[in-house]
Unconditional design. Sequence first.
Length: 125
Amino acid sequence: MDEVRAAVSDPAAGGIALFAGTVRDQDGGQHVVRLSYSAHPSAAAELRRVAEKVAAEFGVIALAAVHRVGDLDVGDLAVVVAVSCPHRGEAFEACRVLIDTLKHEVPIWKQQWFGNGSSEWVGGA
């Protein structure tokens, strides 16, 4: 989180919006014990494309986004995004669009492992 925040810090920024997505302990009424994220080889390029699109759409000074892959436990950070803009309203909106677009367009999938030993794959981040 500190690295992502530092990456978007700028004296011209009146607002920095940061979103941290964590692994939660339930989904759809089932107890989640861990997640495993996988990414297509194009994921980094797609994440860059999404970031550039958001930066062009809003008055972004700086933008940073990191999504982890591999095995994560409940409470672990899975994704962190941050945006700095001249004003807080722009920063909030750009950050929301960034995380929502990332989740829908970047080819990252998760396998959820449940307390009963079963698992399921979920498309998108």
